[in-house]
Design a protein. Structure first.
Length: 315
């Protein structure tokens, strides 16, 4: 079993959804099934059915994806902590949407408030995407300074917005912005040394100025949400430092939709604080893959299935 004093829990964001997510946990564990049922009651529709049966097109809509990932991660977390009450990490963090899951895991926000807030977040981001169409692209094998240079060059050339959105791990950066600018950056990135530049299967320009309208409305929803000081240190996306107070959490979330996700720096901060094991709690293993590139010496565990959880608890 891991040493919880040197363990961090990390929670995924969009791109971790898949039809069937969380069903094996709900089938086996009452607390997981009750977590999905609670979310269904809060939302007023069967999110659980969408998670387990699809259709995929509905699940992939941002307004649904965000609560689906949040609820699945919390369901898995609740199972883990019911079976192993000592499973309290020393740190938590979440990638983009996952930051709200991490806040709930850290005791800074209730499950009910979290479900409502992520549903609102997804709705507002989807609406902002409809109003201000954009795209995102992954750029491989370039560092952040070079990508920022490319974004500045393309923005000046096209007159359109394109920014560094996610610093996921060394060699994997995501840019976000208007379609023409994204297409142009993909075109010139190989000449700048990129091994690959490919548009992602998303319909919104997350973590860019195109989310400004969503960000303003989200601030209003956030202002009505009860928050508490986290019981577990949580590393934020925007500043890559621990969020210790309610005011720091509000400031972080107010900025998060239009600012870059500094995931590499967040993980390096937790490692510097003493982490040796990172447990990803969600339906896939995206963040574990990023950690391999950030620091392969860290132990990486993905609790993305009942089988994986059983193996973890019996190790």
């Amino acid at each position: 079993m891991v040493n919880w004093e040197t363990t961090a829990f990390i929670f995924p964001g969009q791109a971790s959804q898949e039809v069937g997510m969380g069903k094996d946990f709900a089938d086996k564990y009452t607390i997981a099934r009750e977590t999905f049922e609670q979310a269904d009651d809060i939302l007023g529709f069967s999110l659980s059915k969408m998670c387990w049966d699809g259709p995929e097109e509905d699940l992939n809509a941002t307004i649904n994806t965000q609560p689906a990932i949040f609820v699945t991660s919390i369901a898995i977390l609740r199972v883990l902590q019911q079976l192993s009450p000592s499973a309290i990490p020393a740190w938590v963090a979440g990638h983009s949407l996952g930051e709200l899951t991490a806040l709930t895991a850290a005791g800074a926000m209730s499950f009910e408030d979290g479900v409502n807030l992520v549903r609102t977040r997804g709705r507002l981001m989807q609406q902002a995407g409809d109003d201000n169409p954009g795209a995102m692209a992954a750029i491989l094998a370039l560092d952040t300074s070079k990508v920022n240079e490319l974004c500045a060059t393309v923005s000046e050339e096209t007159g359109q917005v394109v920014v560094l959105a996610n610093d996921n791990c060394p060699g994997q950066i995501v840019v976000s912005g208007e379609n023409e600018a994204i297409d142009r950056l993909i075109e010139i990135a190989p000449d700048a040394g990129a091994r690959m530049a490919v548009k992602l299967a998303v319909s919104i320009a997350a973590h860019s100025p195109l989310m400004a309208s969503a960000s303003e409305s989200f601030k209003e929803a956030l202002a009505e949400t009860n928050l508490s000081e986290p019981k577990i240190p949580i590393y934020g996306n925007v500043n890559a430092t621990p969020l210790k107070t309610v005011s720091e959490i509000r400031e972080e979330l107010n900025q998060q939709l239009t600012y870059s996700v500094r995931w590499t720096e967040s993980m390096q901060g937790i490692i510097a604080a003493g982490a040796e094991t990172f447990v990803e709690i969600g339906s896939k293993d995206v963040l574990s893959g990023l950690m391999k590139r950030i620091d392969r010496k860290q132990t990486r565990i993905s609790l993305n299935s009942v089988e994986a959880l059983d193996a973890f608890l019996n190790s």
